[in-house]
Design a protein. Sequence first.
Length: 144
Amino acid sequence: MKRLRIISLLFILILLSACSNGNNVTSLRIKNELLNIEISADELSRTKGLSGRESLGENWGMIFIFEEEAKHNFWMKDMNFPLDILYIKNDEIVEIFKNVKILDNYGEFTEIFPKEKADKVLELNAGWCDIHDVRVGDKIEYPY
């Protein structure tokens, strides 16, 4: 457990150091597809997430980094477009929610309740996982 925390902290430091101009953007690769990823590693940025934006670039996403593995719930409050939401543990995708709509069948903001624990959550444009055949068990890589 201690080793896992050290690895997670090193990962966070590497991601943050990759943000050369302070804009908290890095890149990662899934199935040979390179993505530009905004980093959300503190409570304030995790709370805001992608809410309020009109869109997300084609190969852009946001990664939420957590200090501890847990079943992190997400919701679509103030979102303007649907998402694919990937739960990641030790750089392996452990759960995927595809094409998450803004509102559920009852007209309420959609809430995500994962079954798996994760230390990171990645949000991408809805449909991205289907287009690139992303599946549970796939790895994420950092090309730097």
